[in-house]
Design a protein around this ligand. Structure first.
Ligand code: ADP
Ligand code: MG
Length: 391
């Protein structure tokens, strides 16, 4: 895979795929511009090198139809405030008007294409559409790590129609940290896995069973593992069709001598709402109308000890229903333990990132991945379609 600095851009028309999938409020204002800011190093570098810069992104899921609520116009405006170059907004991402705008572009200017998902051919990875995107393009740069697990036209098929291609700084950085975590992690390597479902994470768990020394489980996922072993878990969230897989994971962990931990105590609640009653339980069965919503204090203490001696930490999935403050303690305490450790620490996953950012310790985490699904898939498969397309 070529790096951004490996190519020459002066006077060339460069197609840069970014992830400007920013959250918008009901008035179309950007609620958080982190994703735009994350691509600025690459954008500024290309402008500085004298590229004619064509930028493309998706936003939301317009399902192949034009939806003004998912226009990238607000992103164009925000981008023009963040960089010193001229930023023009294209009416579409392909077509005659767009081709003309591409041709008129001067070195150091930026043309932001409209949402690529306004065309169904984008998610279908359609070759004809990719060819239109690639029209008059000299170089392709991918800086959209968060989209690299998608085999979509602007991420995958397009690379067949452009001679020179490279990874942008953000993509390079993601690959650097994530590949370190899977290929040559410093030991002990501790993985913390939580969140709602075992099924979302099974690929990552299986990969981690070959790599990690300790796997600390929390979140609703833990109760599928408990139920699989015959414990009564009340009305805790369980995936009944994943009990067999859960047992297989437990067996494999034993075979591989992985220290696979489930919570020692549990915060139980009468429901997922902030008025619910809560209590801590250290044993089973849980009362039938109670459910686990967070890890308890004993678990926090035990997991924190293991985290303190780690050299590499990968964390995905909140350890409880962190959206509700009184169920967020376990997740917050574990975030603090991760931040306090001297390990290389990596956090991936949409909700996990939100949880860590809630704690104000995020600056002490080595790498917070910008891609939720992408980081998990990278850890499970050690590559991504968008990365392979750059080879
Ligand atoms: P990520 O987006 O980081 O990959 P997930 O989407 O897998 O994480 O999981 C996050 C969700 O899991 C959150 O909405 C959280 O409320 C939920 N969750 C965590 N623990 C529990 C629990 N014990 N019971 C129900 N939901 C839970
Ligand atoms: Mg999620």
């Amino acid at each position: 895979m070529k790096h951004l600095d490996d190519l020459k851009y002066k006077g060339k028309t460069v197609f840069l795929r970014v992830d400007f999938n920013v959250p918008l409020d009901e008035n179309g204002n950007i609620r958080n511009d982190n994703r735009i800011r994350a691509s600025l190093p690459t954008i500024n570098y290309l402008i500085g090198q004298g590229a004619k810069l064509v930028i493309a992104s998706h936003l939301g899921r317009p399902k192949g139809k034009v939806d003004p609520k998912m226009s990238l116009k607000p992103a164009a405006k925000r981008l023009s405030e963040l960089i010193s170059a001229d930023v023009f907004m294209a009416p579409d991402c392909v077509g005659e008007d767009v081709d003309r705008l591409k041709k008129e572009l001067k070195s150091g200017q930026v043309l932001l294409l409209e949402n690529v998902r306004f065309h169904a051919e984008e998610t279908a990875n359609d070759a004809g559409f990719a060819q239109k995107l690639a029209r008059d393009i000299d170089c392709y740069v991918n800086d959209a790590f968060g989209s690299c697990h998608r085999t979509h036209a602007s991420v995958a098929a397009i690379t067949q129609f452009v001679k020179e291609k490279a990874a942008g700084y953000l993509l390079q950085k993601e690959v650097k940290y994530l590949s370190k975590a899977i290929r040559s992690p410093k030991k002990p390597y501790v993985a913390i896995l939580g969140g709602a479902k075992v099924s979302d994470k099974i690929g990552v768990i299986q990969n981690l069973l070959n790599k990690a020394d300790d796997i600390l489980i929390g979140g609703a996922m833990a109760y599928t593992f408990f139920k699989a072993q015959g414990y009564e878990v009340g009305k805790s969230l369980v995936e009944d069709d994943k009990l067999q897989i859960a047992l297989e994971v437990l067996t494999k962990a034993k075979e591989k001598k992985v220290d696979f931990r489930l919570p020692l105590d549990h915060v139980l609640a009468t429901g997922i709402d902030k008025e619910a009653q809560i209590k801590v339980s250290e044993s089973f069965p849980f009362p039938a109308d109670w459910m686990a919503v967070d890890i308890g204090p004993k678990t926090v203490a035990e997991y924190s000890k293991i985290i303190a001696r780690a050299k590499t930490i990968f964390w995905n999935g909140p350890l409880g229903v962190f959206e509700i403050d009184k169920f967020a303690k376990g997740t917050v305490k574990i975030a603090e333990a991760v931040a306090a450790s001297k390990a290389v620490s990596i956090v991936g996953g949409g909700d996990s990132i939100a949880a860590v950012e809630k704690t104000e310790v995020s600056k002490r985490i080595t790498h917070i991945s910008t891609g939720g699904g992408a980081s998990l898939e990278y850890l499970a498969n050690e590559t991504l379609p968008g990365i392979e397309a750059l080879e």
